[in-house]
Design a protein around this ligand. Structure first.
Ligand SMILES: [Zn+2]
Ligand SMILES: [Zn+2]
Length: 331
């Protein structure tokens, strides 16, 4: 019992210490900078009138909304779940080490390229960022394409109002997929660069955070999950995803379905034909249709398994039927 209590309080402490840690998206630093960014943006564009949307968003009716309270609960429960699972998950270090030793043992031959260290760091940081951002886009796109994966991803979309904590509103199965994604994408870049440029690699970081992530977080990344439809305008939104664009992705209206899967860059959406521009005045109702929309906390964890199981059984029946038909017609 004492052991459980220690583990519980340690995890609770860690969760709340994230609020002070600049490596975490929801640190106070980024939450405050998002508010400053929003106020500056709106007041700069619309004068004093522009204060209204930010004040509305900061009200308890949003931050203590039933949907936001579920976000906080999912954040904490998932934290406990992953603290038990973390040692068993595949790590980026394992993949990087495996690739590196493939080079040393001659299974893969890496070119010997001589580059000044500052170029290696710049190239490594850029590759790290690009593969990370693209793999996030790809997994997200797949989660909307595959009915089985959508069964779990719809938990994130079931938010009916949004605060930065909505980013944690995910089913643990989605959390597992994303943890596997980050281990693979980061492990590949680290392994390839470590084998090609031994002793030379390091990342451009600020407070230990990748430079691109730091500025992305500082400049309103948290506003993507908010009720503030900040649009950067078409030319910037063709390159970077704005808060208004991610909010379109969360729309309940079918005319907005399957757009803006990107996290930082919009170029992947352009390539896949899924880019949609935002608008400062868009009025979006967030959420998903179906049972999950009004689910309580237990439902958010259990319903996706139930839906996924039904899809799996339906698929199995169709496959067995077509196999039976093929066998009987070939006789
Ligand atoms: Zn989505
Ligand atoms: Zn989202």
């Amino acid at each position: 019992m004492a052991l459980f209590f220690d583990w519980f309080t340690q995890n609770l402490n860690e969760a709340f210490s994230e609020l002070l840690n600049p490596k975490k998206r929801v640190s106070i630093l980024y939450l405050l900078s998002a508010v400053v960014f929003a106020i500056t943006w709106y007041v700069g564009k619309y004068g004093r009138q522009g204060l209204k949307p930010s004040v509305q968003w900061l009200s308890p009716s949003v931050w203590w909304h039933a949907s936001s309270r579920q976000d906080y609960a999912l954040w904490l429960i998932n934290k406990f779940f992953f603290s038990l699972l973390a040692p068993k998950l595949l790590s980026q270090a394992a993949i990087a080490t495996w690739i590196y030793y493939q080079g040393l043992s001659g299974v893969i031959s890496f070119p010997s390229i001589v580059l000044a260290t500052h170029w290696v760091i710049a190239l490594f940081t850029l590759s790290f960022f690009l593969l990370d951002d693209f793999s996030r886009f790809l997994i997200h796109w797949l989660m909307h394409r595959s009915p089985l994966l959508w069964a779990f991803h719809q938990v994130h979309h079931s938010a009916t109002t949004m605060t930065p904590f909505t980013v944690f509103r995910t089913h643990p199965i989605e959390g597992l997929l994303f943890s596997l994604r980050s281990a693979i994408s980061q492990g590949i870049v680290i392994g390839l660069f470590a084998a090609t440029f031994p002793q030379q690699i390091s990342l451009f970081t600020v407070y230990g955070v990748l430079v691109s992530t730091y500025f992305f977080n500082l400049l309103g990344a948290n506003l993507r999950h908010s009720t503030l439809p900040i649009s950067y305008g078409k030319s910037i939104e063709s390159v970077f995803i704005s808060p208004a664009q991610h909010q379109l992705h969360h729309s309940l209206n079918p005319i907005h379905f399957d757009c803006n899967f990107g996290v930082t860059l919009a170029v992947w959406d352009r390539l896949f034909g899924t880019l949609r521009y935002g608008d400062d005045h868009q009025e979006i109702q967030f959420g998903v249709a179906g049972k999950i929309r009004n689910a309580k906390l237990v439902g958010l964890y259990c319903l996706p398994f139930q839906i996924a199981w039904r899809i799996f059984i339906r698929k199995l029946k169709t496959t067995l039927n077509s196999l039976y038909n093929t066998l009987t017609t070939s006789k």
